[in-house]
Design a protein around this ligand. Structure first.
Ligand SMILES: [Zn+2]
Length: 128
């Protein structure tokens, strides 16, 4: 998990949902933007995020978990999958407006990207 250059929209700092989280949670959110793939997805690994985003600061995995929960409660992040295996930035497409949608290797969130995960209609059950 090396990270990459991330775009930050000016609206992020005026966002009401962001105003409701702690400053460390906001830093974690900005850090996560450097860790997600082109669609805003990443494997949900609090210990790894903590090591990569908060090195040498005595920031604990428990604090990271608490910040991820704050961001999730605020509707900025979505954690999903069996045992919360994945995480994505809510509205990532809006954040990256104007950029091409990259292909994703991780599974789609069933809540926010339902259209991408609808099962195919079995043969013989087509709608009229
Ligand atoms: Zn979601």
């Amino acid at each position: 998990m090396l990270g990459h250059i991330a775009w930050i929209r000016p609206e992020l700092f005026r966002c009401e949902r962001m105003a409701g989280v702690s400053v460390p949670a906001m830093i974690t959110y900005v850090g996560l933007l450097t860790q997600v793939d082109g669609s805003g997805y990443v494997k949900d690994r609090a210990a790894v995020f903590n090591a990569v985003l908060w090195p040498g600061r005595g920031h604990t995995v428990e604090e990271m978990e608490e910040e991820l929960e704050q961001l999730t409660t605020a509707g900025l992040l979505c954690r999903f999958g069996a045992l919360r295996g994945y995480l994505h930035i809510v509205d990532h497409a809006v954040q990256r407006r104007g950029h091409r949608h990259a292909s994703r290797k991780l599974p789609s969130c069933p809540t926010h990207h339902r259209a991408l995960t609808l099962p195919r209609q079995p043969a013989g059950s087509q709608r009229p």
